[in-house]
Design a protein around this ligand. Structure first.
Ligand code: NAP
Length: 308
């Protein structure tokens, strides 16, 4: 399945960073006929209309999904279940319902019970984002060369999965299928725990700022600045991630704490060999990420300016 368009009509529910990036990527490659959109607040719908985000912005979710061949839930993980309940009666038989939530087991448990017969549920998660949110933060290149994980539920026929895969590939992503619990554990390591650590580090530095005046901000160029970028991520999204991927995140944080204690002891006892070996190993992991094309070796993390 190549080329496209893959769907006559796509509905994007929630119009933030991810949905708006999807819209620009869909347009860039001509992957769908009409794209409708819905956001809960009038202000977001108004912004979307002003910037030309979606062919048609609807005032209700049911109106947006009416006749859609693909519906994508792009709201915070904790809101997926209610949103699925709201749109379920309006879903077209044979349609595919997907989502972009950062946690998969919770979304499946919250959404699946609402779905009518004949609707194919293919949960997804693009591993791409920035610390910005809202309809104006999206750009067509967000998914280029990034992974999108699809987590089909049992009994889903192969065609809707293959079509959604081709659709994401058309948006620039590499696609892989993964089981939900495995997804949640992998993401706890690669994304959820690191975000919590960044939030914590910035919180600690902020406490310290009271002692050091404004020096923490002024001299932040070293490692701290990159923590602040991650810790500027959307509070609603991340609250929901931790509340819904509780077990895996706690498991990884337990292991993190053990490693931290080991390094703490090495510093206290002057065990330079342990520190050197540890940092040599972590440096190799960084090289592996660059070799896999998931970041560049450029200074400042190679963050190029992107355009819509
Ligand atoms: P965002 O920019 O903050 O946009 C969220 C959208 O959801 C907005 O349109 C917002 O509507 C709507 N919304 C918020 N709370 C809602 C509620 N209780 N009920 C209904 N709608 C609600 O978020 P995003 O970054 O696009 O994230 C969307 C999804 O993608 C989340 O599930 C997140 O886990 C996942 N994701 C995010 C990233 C990332 O790095 N940002 C990466 C991969 C996946 P209003 O504007 O009207 O308030």
């Amino acid at each position: 399945m190549s080329g496209g368009p893959f769907y006559d009509r796509v509905a994007l529910i929630g119009l933030g960073l991810i949905a708006s990036s999807m819209f620009w990527a869909i347009r860039r490659a001509g992957l769908a006929g009409e794209v409708t959109g819905f956001a809960r607040s009038a202000a977001t719908r108004e912004t979307a209309r002003r910037i030309g985000l979606c062919d048609r912005v609807c005032d209700s979710a049911a109106e947006a999904v009416d006749g859609a061949d693909l519906v994508v839930l792009a709201v915070p993980v904790g809101a997926m279940g209610d949103m699925a309940a709201a749109i379920a009666p309006a879903l077209k038989p044979g349609a595919t319902l997907s989502d972009v939530g950062s946690v998969k087991r919770h979304v499946i448990d919250a959404v699946a019970p609402h779905l009518p017969e004949g609707v194919h549920f293919v949960p997804g998660h693009p591993l791409a984002g920035t610390e910005h949110s809202g309809p104006e933060s999206g750009f067509a290149e967000l998914f280029d060369n990034r992974w999108c994980l699809l987590v089909p539920v049992d009994g889903t026929p192969p065609e809707p999965v293959a079509r959604l895969r081709a659709f994401w590939e058309g948006m620039g992503a590499h696609v892989e299928e993964m089981e939900a619990d495995h997804h949640d554990l992998v993401l706890a390591v690669t994304s959820h725990a690191p975000h919590l650590i960044a939030y914590t580090m910035v919180g600690v530095a902020d406490d310290l700022r009271r002692v050091t005046d404004s020096e923490v901000i002024k001299y932040s160029a070293a490692g701290f600045r990159d923590f602040t970028r991650i810790a500027a991520s959307d509070p609603t999204m991340w609250r929901d991630v931790f509340l819904t991927n509780k077990d895996a995140t706690l498991e990884i944080l337990g292991r993190f704490t053990e490693e931290l204690f080991a390094l703490q002891r090495a510093i206290r006892t002057g065990d330079g060999e342990l520190l050197f070996d540890y940092f040599t190993h972590t440096r190799a992991i960084r090289r592996g990420i660059i070799e896999a094309g998931q970041d560049t070796d450029a200074p400042d993390f190679g963050r190029a300016k992107v355009t819509r």
